[in-house]
Design a protein around this ligand. Structure first.
Ligand code: 2HA
Ligand code: ZN
Length: 272
């Protein structure tokens, strides 16, 4: 009997949620993550035969009809997923009409998908159009990145350039830069739609005074992307803590050389 609970997907979710918590980015129930899976990938598991509950989605997710999502639970703590994934995460399938999600595994003590599930699903829809290999959406509260939303203008060009200038790795890992939405109330369809609109152009979106949304091909890559963004923000915090006097910096010419050397295209709106 091959059980989904023992799958590499649940193991990877446990690993990434705990590591994110351990970085200090998921106090209490902060953060949520979803991993898109296909029926073919799930065919080997014997314990996904029965719909245990259904959830109303509150928006039209029909573009994702038939797709499965392993997702963390509303109100659940990233710190705990590693100890009890069958309670704090669940595997759901989007119904044919796109109005509901059917639970096949997990959420055993009655939880439901994260309050940010609309943003996750709308972001999955947006990223599928850009790159069908992308299957992870992750949200968390990286401290230094959030702090930038207080001290910096909420300007995508300025913020992207600042993060690129903090370390050579930034431009290579997120050459398109980062998107920013206005401050909005979390957990709503409205913030979901705004975030997903940004996801047409960016894999990283800042939620000012709240956190980050990031997407990627798998959990490891998505977490690595968040780590790289947050490291750049941390370097900026340390520069300010050391007095803020920048004596030398990575120049635009050096950023262009970097893009060439690593064969990435820097967003031409941010680096011309
Ligand atoms: O899941 O982080 O934005 C809890 C949150 C909401
Ligand atoms: Zn949050």
């Amino acid at each position: 009997m091959t059980k989904f609970a023992d799958s590499k997907y649940v193991k990877a979710l446990c690993d990434i949620t705990f590591r994110s918590y351990d970085h200090g980015w998921d106090e209490r129930n902060g953060g949520n993550v979803s991993l898109r899976l296909t029926a073919a990938e799930l065919a080997e598991f014997d314990d996904l035969t029965e719909v245990k509950r259904t959830y109303d989605l509150g928006f039209d997710a029909s573009e994702l009809a038939g797709q499965y999502f392993l997702v963390t639970g509303s109100g659940r703590y990233f710190r705990n997923v590693i100890k009890r994934p069958e309670l704090d995460s669940g595997l759901v399938k989007i119904t044919v009409d796109g109005s509901q999600a059917e639970l096949y595994w997990g959420f055993e003590d009655g939880a439901k998908p994260t309050s940010e599930f609309p943003t996750h699903l709308m972001s999955h829809i947006a990223r599928l159009k850009v790159d069908p290999n992308q299957r992870v959406v992750m949200h968390c509260h990286p401290t230094n990145f959030i702090a930038l939303s207080f001290t910096q203008a909420l300007d995508e060009r300025k913020l992207s350039r600042l993060l690129w200038q903090m370390q050579a790795e930034s431009l290579v890992v997120f050459p398109e830069g980062v998107g920013i939405i206005p401050y909005m109330t979390p957990g709503t369809n409205e913030i979901g739609a705004k975030t997903a609109a940004k996801m047409a152009d960016y894999r990283v979106v800042m939620w000012p005074h709240h956190g980050i949304f990031a997407v990627g091909a798998d959990l490891d890559e998505t977490f690595g992307l968040i780590e790289t963004v947050e490291k750049a923000a941390l370097i900026y915090s340390q520069i300010m803590a050391q007095g803020g006097q920048i004596k030398q910096r990575i120049t635009d010419d050096q950023l262009k050389e970097l893009a060439q050397a690593f064969d990435v295209e820097a967003n031409p709106k941010f680096l011309a």
